[in-house]
Each structure stands twice: as structure tokens, then as C-alpha cells.
Design a protein around this ligand. Structure first.
Ligand code: GDP
Ligand code: ZN
Length: 305
């Protein structure tokens, strides 16, 4: 017997695969494949599995090429990246309008992680019933200007829940954002009974353990999957070169090459198109500040190595 499927999770060489028909099997990698394949299998990979003649075990025999991946790269790019999830369709960055108070710098950080992995990303502002809509509009304006799709939701009032459902159904999504913003509540409101747990792994859970808790794909009732822990924070900004940070801000990216100097870092050089756009109100000053801050932070970590 042969089947096509998706890797849901894996521990200690045992991989749980869900077939297109919806059956789940515990599998292991066929020995020959292990030696041949240079890429390591990851959650989200599309695979072919085969049952042995006795009918009591399944083996992964082929891994399909990935369309995307969320990876944790080593500092300085010296070591191989570790793929956390393969074939992600989108990252959904969730924040709250209030409680906890949103921080633009943190939103930017999540967006940069998604952008550096070339993943599609959308923003969700939950708990919208807690503030005046104009407050959310002001907070989101830089992101709307940068071209991000933004969804306003409230689990309390039901605002935006149907819309978010349609954005998740049939796709592979990673929900991320600070804890307490309502990620689990949103998923449970959208897919009642699925009982997803999409928190960031708390420090204490990870501390003192040598094994990192892997990502897990949770099948949604109407096709599609949501990635359960770890969040993007686990991925971090590691491996992003300080020179590439401008590529991770769409509104800066589209202007790269229009500055007077080729190697402009958009930090006070004459003839900088980015600073001109900030002065003209076309790029948000806060986003530009975030860019400078992340660039500096990464440059500092590069000097350590
Ligand atoms: P997570 O850590 O991001 O998964 O957040 P949770 O889903 O655990 O939610 C954190 C808290 O916020 C819980 O007490 C929820 O009941 C509450 N919460 C979730 N969504 C909303 C909302 O839209 N409005 C308000 N006022 N509270 C919400
Ligand atoms: Zn510049």
C-alpha cells in the first residue's frame, strides 16, 4: 500500500503522517532515503509513504520539494538552517488592540521574521471592542501603507471571525504574536471543538531541556492546517544579515536601488530615498526607526563572531 500525506509531527525518528484521505500513520524514514536525502525531513513536508508487505509498518519513501519554509538559521549563516515548518502558506501575526498593549517594535520584529523567510504574512488586531476604532486605525496605518492585509477581530463580539475563518480554511498557517492576545481564543471561535493551543512556549518549559519542542501541524475541520508551537519567537532573527534587513520592510524594499549610494543603509547618508520618503510621509517614521534598530541589533551580534 502506498499513500501521499503531510508530516504532522515528529519525535525521535517517528513521524506522524496524515494521508490525503485523512488517515494518520506513525512512520519512519526508509533507510535508503535517509542516506540519499541531503535535506532533513520537517513538519509540513509532503511525503509518499509505503506499507510493508506484512502490513504492520509504514515508511516514508519520498519527500516532495518544498514550496516554502520557516527556518531557524545559525548566526552568521555558518551552519545549516533548521527547518521548523515546511510548505507554510502564510504567517498570521496576532496583536491585541489593548490588554496587552500593542508595541509597534514587536509587530515589526514578527513581520521581519516572516519576510526574511519569504512568507506571506497578514496582521490581525484582536480585542477590537476594547478601544475606539480610530486608535486601531492609527496603530495600523503604517502597516496598511506598507501593503499588509489587516484584519480587525473580536472574539467577544464576533467581529471579523467569519472573515478570518475564510483566510485560514484550506491553507497552512502559523499564528504568532505575544501571549495573551487571543490566538487560542480566535482559533477556538473559528473552529469550535478543535481546541487548539497556540501559545508561545514559555521560558520555563524550555529551560534546562536539551530537546527543543518541535512544531506540530493541527488539521482544520475543512482542510488546511494550523501550526502549533513554537512561535516565531523561537525562530528569532538569527541568521538575518544586517545588510538584508531593508529587504524585510516592503515599503523600503521597493525603493532599494534608488538611493544615491549603492550601499546606503538609510541612516543619514546624503541622497537617501528612504529618508526622503519618510520626510514626505510616504514611509512611517516609526517603521524606519524599527528598521534602524533591528539593523543595529543584528550588526552588533555579527561583531561577536
Ligand atoms: P493567547 O495566549 O494568544 O492564545 O491568548 P488566549 O486565547 O489565551 O486569550 C487571552 C485572554 O484574552 C483570555 O482571557 C481570553 O478570554 C481573552 N480574549 C481573547 N479574545 C478576546 C477579545 O476579543 N476581547 C477580549 N476582551 N478578550 C479576549
Ligand atoms: Zn538610503
Amino acid at each position: 500500500m502506498k499513500a501521499e500525506g503531510v508530516v504532522l509531527e515528529g519525535t525521535g525518528g517517528v513521524w506522524k503522517v496524515r494521508t490525503t484521505e485523512g488517515a494518520e500513520h506513525l512512520t519512519s524514514m526508509r533507510g535508503r532515503l535517509k542516506q540519499e536525502e541531503k535535506i532533513k525531513l520537517a513538519v509540513g513536508d509532503h511525503v509518499t509513504i509505503e506499507q510493508d508487505d506484512a502490513g504492520d509498518s509504514w515508511a516514508i519513501t519520498t519527500i516532495k520539494e518544498r514550496t516554502s519554509r520557516l527556518a531557524r538559521r545559525a548566526p552568521g549563516g555558518r551552519y545549516a538552517e533548521r527547518v521548523i515548518v515546511a510548505n507554510l502558506d502564510q504567517v498570521v501575526v496576532v496583536f491585541a488592540a489593548a490588554n496587552p498593549e500593542p508595541h509597534a517594535g514587536m509587530i515589526d520584529r514578527f513581520l521581519v521574521i516572516a519576510e526574511s523567510n519569504d512568507l506571506a504574512v497578514r496582521l490581525v488586531v484582536n480585542k477590537c471592542e476594547l478601544t475606539d476604532p480610530s486608535v486601531v486605525d492609527t496603530l495600523m496605518k503604517p502597516y496598511a501603507d506598507a501593503g499588509y492585509e489587516i484584519h480587525r477581530t473580536s472574539v467577544k463580539t464576533g467581529q471579523g471571525i467569519a472573515e478570518l475563518h475564510d483566510m485560514l480554511a484550506g491553507r497552512v498557517s502559523a499564528l504568532t504574536g505575544p501571549s495573551g492576545v487571543g490566538k487560542s481564543s480566535l482559533l477556538n471561535a473559528i473552529f469550535p471543538g478543535v481546541n487548539l493551543r497556540v501559545g508561545e512556549i514559555s521560558e520555563s518549559v524550555n529551560k534546562g531541556r536539551h530537546t527543543t519542542v518541535g512544531a506540530k501541524l493541527v488539521p482544520l475541520p475543512e482542510n488546511g492546517f494550523v501550526v502549533d508551537t513554537p512561535g516565531l519567537r523561537e525562530v528569532g532573527l538569527w541568521g538575518i544579515s544586517s545588510d538584508d534587513v531593508d529587504q524585510c520592510f516592503p515599503e523600503i524594499r521597493e525603493r532599494i536601488g534608488t538611493c544615491r549610494f549603492r550601499d546606503c543603509v538609510h541612516d543619514g547618508e546624503p541622497g537617501c530615498a528612504i529618508r526622503e520618503a519618510v520626510a514626505a510621509g510616504e514611509i512611517s517614521s516609526a517603521r524606519h526607526q524599527s528598521y534602524l534598530k533591528l539593523r543595529e541589533e543584528l550588526a552588533e551580534s555579527e561583531n561577536v563572531y
